[in-house]
Write a protein that binds this ligand. Structure first.
Ligand code: PMP
Length: 358
């Protein structure tokens, strides 16, 4: 028997229109420097590795769906209640819950561009409309333009500080003025994936702002804590929003291994801070050396550097990095982002850029 018709299932419009994920070369090979994903170059914190090994013995069981231990530990750590913490499979997972939880089809989500590549994808997937506001001259958020873009359909605004890929933070005062300017029914999400790498005072005191304005702080264990491969991130939100996020979560999305590793990482805060300090020192060394080479970069507050490049320069740099076995992230028409890592890898980057300086 054959089927009477021949039509095949089709993806709905927004999904069919999404860019395909093209995996980059992975950084495992000898001599390859993996500087494309803003990961931590350190091996996992010993306490996190031990917690994972221990939890692995119980992986026939589902994880705690409510992630009670992790949420309580985060709450203590941050000075909020566990009811104000929602965790998810990476902060990108939490962000997807935020957008699907707040946006109906046709609603708008405003964000700066260029910023984190997942923003427009998550918005389109939800059937909402991405509203991209170009960065200002200094590669930072144009908050006036972002506030002016708010309409009756705007449900969420994403602020990324320090911004990926440019590294530029938004100052506390500017964020506060922005929160005062936008209607309170619009949820402002402050994405702080790289907050641990930022100089004190360079960006907003987002927890203090959260207490006065019911916005959301989004953070992750993927970057400074070095747990990118385990997928765990979190939001600090009002109890009502946090509860909504828990309701929209995929059941058991954060594995038991990830929950245990995250708790152990919070215990190893000092070790994490020492690693972060080393990366910040390398960032400063690279910025100084690149300035001496004649590159004009905005100071970065993340664990990465951003080279604004026209298409010619970008193509030249991509070829040079490829030939050198250094994996970096290039954005067509915009520039190249390079993760700051160990000093040997960083020196390779510096030598390559010296050879390609204008
Ligand atoms: N926000 C920003 C700004 C990022 O750069 C990233 C990772 N590249 C994320 C969120 C998501 O990180 P994760 O899902 O691993 O927590």
């Amino acid at each position: 028997l054959t089927r009477p018709d021949t039509a095949l299932p089709t993806l709905r419009g927004p999904v069919a229109g999404l860019p395909s994920y093209v995996p980059g070369r992975r950084g495992a090979g000898a001599g390859i420097a993996a500087l494309a994903s803003n990961e931590s170059h350190y091996e996992p914190l010993p306490a996190a590795a031990a917690a994972v090994a221990d939890a692995a013995g119980r992986m026939n069981r589902y994880p705690d769906m409510a992630a009670v231990e992790l949420r309580e530990r985060l709450a203590t750590h941050l000075g909020v209640t566990a009811g104000e913490v929602a965790v998810g499979p990476g902060s990108v997972g939490v962000l997807q819950q935020i957008i699907t939880g707040l946006c109906d089809a046709g609603d708008e989500v405003v964000f700066a561009w260029r910023s984190f590549e997942a923003y427009p994808i998550l918005v389109e997937l939800a059937g909402a409309r991405p509203v991209r506001i170009p960065l200002d001259e200094a590669e930072g958020h144009d908050l006036d333009a972002m506030a002016a873009a708010v309409t009756d359909r705007t449900k969420v605004i994403l602020l990324c500080t320090p911004n990926n890929p440019t590294g530029v933070p938004i100052s506390h005062d500017r964020v506060e003025a922005f929160l005062q300017a936008v209607p309170s029914k619009v949820l402002v999400v402050i994405d702080e994936a790289y907050v641990e790498y930022a100089d004190a005072g360079s960006g907003p005191d987002s927890l203090a702002l959260y207490r006065r304005y019911p916005n959301v702080c989004l953070r992750t264990f993927s970057k400074a804590y070095g747990l990118a491969g385990l997928r765990v991130g979190y939001a600090i939100a009002t109890p009502a929003i946090a509860e909504g996020l828990r309701r929209t979560a995929l059941p058991f999305a954060v594995s038991a291994l990830a929950q245990k590793a995250a708790v152990a990482s919070l215990d190893a805060e000092e070790e994490m801070a020492a690693r972060v300090a080393a990366v910040r020192q390398e960032r400063a060394r690279m910025a100084a050396e690149l300035a001496a080479q004649g590159w004009k970069l905005q100071p970065s507050q993340g664990n990465f550097l951003w080279i604004r490049a026209d298409e010619d320069l970008r193509a030249r740099l991509v070829d040079a990095f490829d030939a050198a076995g250094i994996l970096v992230r290039a954005y067509q028409g915009d520039g190249v982002r390079i993760t700051v890592a160990d000093s040997a890898s960083n020196n390779r980057v510096l030598r390559l850029l010296a050879a390609n300086a204008a």
